[in-house]
Design a protein around this ligand. Structure first.
Ligand SMILES: *Cc1c(COP(=O)(O)O)cnc(C)c1O
Length: 398
């Protein structure tokens, strides 16, 4: 008997594939149908590779995670696995949940992405995972802290870091962690694997907010984790388990958008770097500007570290206007071509005045201790014609 109209509506259509799709299909499905009960049991008991339920794994998400792992591992000789999450914050939280337990400590720097510091202090601290902040430029101090405290399990770095583009020595810090049997992780969001590959320097885990340069087009929120500890990422591994149970998985749609964006990562990064270097050089010569923070400038205190571990210096910079808060606010109100937006890494130039925007609710003392002065402006340099960006900065300085 042929099905009734109600059944035709409700039933899934037959597999419409004819030939292999050229572009990664978007698997918008919460579950996967099993041929029979044995196949279901094999997949759920990790005996057979396959998908069952999209919180555990999804073909679109897995393909994009594998691509980010391939980018981080390219040419390093390291075998790596990747996972995608619902945000950069979800990638960091899942890593911590999968690796640490109550009584363990994280050693890190004071100038992390603000959300990461808050996550460590406000969420993980009450669960018994303490965070110690120190200056990671001081390698002797880092080694002393680690040597004398066996409960420090994770050394967590971010380089280059917001908003002063401070860089720390990945190879030296990873080797200290390794020497004492601890794990290391790097937030590689600002550099991307096109400019910096922490696996080359012996780092265990790499986290990304793919929301930024990896996507590049500002249309999705997602995060990634890449590691040489591949067993922890496979079905049944501790990080996979944390993702599955905390539900920090990435949606296939967000993953698909990241994938689309990543195809042009190499050409975008080339232009981001060229434009940022030109703008940094221009600002350094400008009379309205007191200081420029760009790790590609020889005047930057961490330029030598950046040169050793990055192939070019990225699209992020910040600069200090003469005239403090008042000059900063006036400048921001005069901006026409660049966009005032609290993200970074998009193809168009984004501008932020931390003292009046992202750090408005943070005490001035804390701000200043992290290099966020009243007149500091942060620029995420886009891939437009560089003269249009410079023209806007010049007219806004009046
Ligand atoms: C944005 C950002 C994060 C957080 O990522 P989300 O995708 O917003 O959760 C983490 N680290 C750095 C360096 C970032 O810029």
């Amino acid at each position: 008997m042929p099905p009734h109209i109600e059944s035709i509506c409700a039933k899934e259509t037959h597999d419409p594939r004819t030939t292999k799709p050229h572009i990664l299909p978007l698997y918008a499905t919460s579950s996967f149908a099993f041929e029979n009960i044995d196949e279901g049991i094999e997949i759920f008991s990790n005996k057979k590779e396959g998908h069952g339920y999209s919180r555990y794994g999804n073909p679109t998400v897995d393909a994009v995670a594998a691509k980010i792992a391939a980018l981080e591992a390219a040419g390093t000789g390291v075998e790596a696995a990747g996972m995608l999450f619902s945000s950069g914050q979800a990638a960091v939280s899942t890593m911590v949940m999968g690796l640490l337990k109550s009584g363990d400590k994280i050693l890190t720097q004071g100038n992390l992405y603000g959300g990461t510091t808050e996550l460590f202090v406000k969420i993980f601290q009450p669960f018994g995972i303490e965070t110690i902040l120190t200056d990671l430029h001081d390698l002797g101090k880092v080694e002393d802290l680690i040597k004398n405290d066996p409960t420090i399990k994770l050394l967590y770095l971010e380089t280059p870091a917001n908003p002063t583009l401070a860089c720390v020595d990945i190879a030296a810090l990873a080797s200290i962690a390794k020497r004492h049997g601890r794990l290391s992780a790097v937030d590689n969001t600002f550099a991307t694997p096109y400019l910096q590959q922490p696996l080359r320097h012996g780092v265990d885990f790499i986290v990304h907010s793919t929301t930024k340069f990896l996507n590049g087009h500002g249309n999705s929120i997602a995060g990634a984790l890449v590691t040489s500890h591949t067993a922890q990422m496979r079905m049944g591994g501790s990080i996979w388990q944390a993702m599955k149970l905390a539900g920090t998985n990435c949606s296939p749609w967000e993953a698909w958008l990241v994938h689309n964006g990543m195809k042009t990562l190499a050409v975008r990064m080339e232009r981001h770097c060229d434009n940022a270097l030109r703008i940094a050089g221009f600002l350094e010569q400008n009379k309205h500007v007191e200081r420029v923070n760009y790790c590609g400038l020889p005047s930057h205190p961490d330029h030598e570290i950046a040169k050793r571990q990055m192939s070019a210096f990225g699209g992020m910079l910040s600069f200090e206007l003469a005239g403090g808060l008042e000059a900063g606010v006036k400048f921001m109100n005069n901006i026409k071509f660049c966009t005032l937006a609290p993200t970074l890494g998009d193809v168009d130039t984004l501008i932020l005045h931390p003292a009046s925007m992202s750090h408005l609710n943070i005490s001035k003392a804390v701000r200043l201790a992290n290099g966020i002065t009243d007149g500091l402006i942060r620029l995420s340099v886009g891939i437009e014609h560089v003269d249009d960006i410079i023209g806007d900065l010049v007219q806004a300085m009046g």
